[in-house]
Write a protein that binds this ligand. Structure first.
Ligand code: PLP
Length: 362
């Protein structure tokens, strides 16, 4: 059993490095994992928001569990994928991140099992509630289903899901093949299911959801109310209008092919520029997880990368022990300009060479 101290001690240092890099126009951002701005349905969103000012429900306080129509849409969407959930069991949250925080607050455990590398803000949410993330030997498991972050491929081991499970479906609908046949079943008594509109519509809406086991529902609604009363009425109302007017499946199909083309472009450039790196071709989502056989300081690698004009997310941020036995990092193709997906790996190759030489004597 590996028990670890939670969030990397150098998280603040890494955040500062990223903030400095983000201000520089000459740095190609392969860090961050933002969705592509071009895919935001701006015109439909503008129309949906324009109508909220005439809508009493959009401007008024609402129930902590969210608007009925949105909860019904979420339940229908899940049902279409074979997940039978009643609308009254759905809680609308401020993004999947708040859903994770609510789960962390409601779980009565001191450990949660996570993958070898996982979504850093989930680790932070668990840590904040005093739950230690471990790789094995915990009564609850957190999995990112369909497409893992940072892996970009399905790394969910279904044989390890016999206990209580927190299923994060942030990228599930963004599998490039559109297949959902590796669905993690919904046993309502032991499943906490999380989803979001952030990756398919836009993260600025801050609309996600949580379906807790029914016995936890009232407690989670009370926690949600204590945290922020309710998810923003204007955003919920706009989302309801938007989802009623657009073809959501067509939008997702477009996003899948858009991200698949980007993934292919980055993978091809990476293989050419850095043939020694190990990675799997993404099956969906926003990123490529790169592993090396090398040991060393991956924050130093981040510094070297930024000096060479490209950013990345160092592997330590995704590990529950905050450490890396072998250096790894995440590269995101979702937001950078297409031509930068060719140039980024060339800069990365220079950064790796500089990092391997080590710090120069001053
Ligand atoms: C796996 C995973 N879960 C949850 C989230 C949070 O998403 P949201 O914007 O819905 O809070 C993210 C965002 O990057 C994510 O990668």
């Amino acid at each position: 059993v590996h028990v670890f101290a939670i969030v990397p001690a150098n998280a603040a240092q890494i955040a500062r490095i990223h903030q400095r890099a983000a201000r520089r126009r000459d740095v190609i951002a392969l860090a961050g994992g933002l969705p592509c701005d071009e895919l935001f349905p701006r015109i439909a969103l503008a129309a949906a928001f324009a109508r909220t000012s005439a809508d009493e429900e959009a401007l008024q306080y609402g129930w902590p569990e969210g608007m009925r129509a949105l909860r019904a849409w979420i339940a229908e969407r899940l049902a279409a994928r074979g997940i039978a959930v009643a609308a009254e069991h759905v809680i609308v949250t401020a993004g999947a991140q708040q859903a994770l925080a609510l789960v962390a607050g409601a779980l009565d455990v001191d450990r949660i099992a996570v993958g070898d590398a996982t979504y850093p803000a989930a680790l932070a949410a668990f840590a904040r509630s005093g739950i230690t993330a471990v790789t094995t030997g915990a009564p609850v498991r957190y999995v990112i289903a369909g497409v893992g972050n940072p892996h970009g491929v399905d790394v969910c081991d279904r044989s390890a899901l016999d206990g209580e499970v927190v299923i994060d479906e942030a990228y599930t609908e963004l599998r490039f093949d559109g297949r959902d046949d590796r669905l993690v079943p919904h046993d309502s008594e032991r499943t906490w299911r999380i989803g979001t509109l952030s990756k398919t519509l836009c993260p600025g809406l801050r609309i996600g959801w949580l379906v807790p086991p029914p016995r936890h529902h009232a407690r989670v609604v009370a926690d949600k109310q204590a945290a922020d009363l309710q998810t923003c009425s204007v955003a919920q109302s706009a989302a309801i209008r938007l989802l009623a007017t657009i073809d959501y499946d067509a939008l997702i199909a477009r996003a899948r092919s858009h991200y698949a083309a980007r993934a292919d472009r980055l993978a091809t450039a990476l293989r050419r520029a850095c043939p020694e790196l190990r990675f799997r071709d993404p099956e969906g989502g926003f990123s490529i997880w790169v592993e090396t056989d090398e040991t060393g300081d991956d924050v130093a690698l981040l510094e070297a990368a930024i000096a060479a004009g490209v950013s990345l997310d160092p592997g330590c941020t995704f590990r529950c022990d905050g450490a890396t036995s072998h250096v790894a990092f995440r590269l995101s193709y979702s937001h950078a300009a297409m031509c930068d997906l060719d140039e980024g790996p060339r800069r990365l190759a220079r950064a790796l060479a500089a990092w391997r030489r080590g710090p120069r004597p001053s």
